[in-house]
Ligand binder design. Structure first.
Ligand code: GDP
Length: 265
């Protein structure tokens, strides 16, 4: 199996000094002090769990004999999807946005989970279902690109429209390049379907602080002005440094109803 990354577990993060720890657990908050005075930061802190909630969420993502985390199946059509028995979340985004890396990081405490990637051009794009014990399922949707074939678009649309146990869609956006045309198309689709979603900015270790701040503020403004269904707080992640991964685990646990009370820290 894979060795887990150095900061994959909260216990490792807690050993860091305070400012580094904040940067890893709450990367968005870390940016706050570089904002112009008077900037409204309410949207930076809507979901701000305490340590106990973060730890409870981590336990869900840590497999053991009594709590298996498994790849379940792949599907190309909705009638091949497993029964909608548990609350579900799905991850969508452009090809290369960092989706498989992020799912690998989320599941890094369950090293037996195999994240399948089908990137070869022409290779059938599938929805991959993962089951997290008896608590929730997570779906890795095929990456979309400007040449996404029609049947792929139809599969994603059918899934988003028909999946009644879908609690939240995580739309991944590259923090280095910001919202691209295809991201806007995805937003329009999610808005049209009226389903709740949240934007996750990936690869934040690759963006300079200035660029990250610019893209965060721009995307936040876009969400405020143009969306109904998008959660106002952006989630920032680096799958390399593990920043934002613990918070994202906690948000997944929360939206799937597995964290009934999220206390403030
Ligand atoms: P996917 O097509 O969306 O599944 O994207 P991948 O997870 O395969 O990532 C695409 C490329 O970006 C790969 O070269 C990854 O190594 C790189 N990548 C993904 N996440 C990160 C990240 O958080 N930081 C950095 N620096 N690179 C990343």
């Amino acid at each position: 199996g894979r060795a887990s990354a150095p900061l994959a577990a909260l216990s490792q993060v807690l050993r860091l000094e305070r400012s580094r720890r904040t940067a890893i657990v709450f990367p968005l908050q870390k940016l706050e002090r570089y904002l112009a005075p008077g900037t409204d930061t309410a949207r930076f802190r809507l979901f701000q769990p305490g340590l106990a909630a973060l730890q409870r969420a981590e336990a869900l993502f840590r497999s053991d004999r009594g709590h298996p985390i498994d790849y379940v199946s792949s599907a190309v059509r909705m009638d091949h999807a497993p029964p909608p028995a548990l609350p579900e979340v799905c991850f969508i985004g452009r090809s290369n946005v960092g989706k498989s890396s992020l799912i690998r990081a989320l599941f890094s405490l369950a090293p037996e989970v195999e994240i399948r990637v089908s990137k070869t051009p022409g290779h059938t794009k599938k929805m991959n279902f993962f089951k997290v014990g008896k608590y929730f399922t997570l779906v890795d949707m095929p990456g979309y690109g400007y040449r996404a074939p029609q049947d792929f678009v139809e599969m994603v649309e059918a899934y988003l429209q028909e999946r009644h146990n879908l609690k939240r869609t995580f739309l991944l956006v590259d923090s280095v390049v910001g919202l691209q045309k295809t991201d806007h198309i995805a937003v329009e689709m999610l808005e049209e379907f009226g389903i709740p979603y949240v934007m996750v900015l990936t690869k934040i270790d690759r963006a300079s602080r200035g660029l990250l701040l610019k893209n965060v503020l721009e995307i936040q403004e876009f969400v405020k002005e143009n969306t109904q269904g998008c959660f106002p707080q952006l989630f920032l992640v680096s799958s390399v440094e593990f920043s934002g991964v613990h918070l994202l685990r906690c948000f997944v646990a929360h939206v799937t109803g597995n964290l009934p009370t999220v206390e403030a820290c």
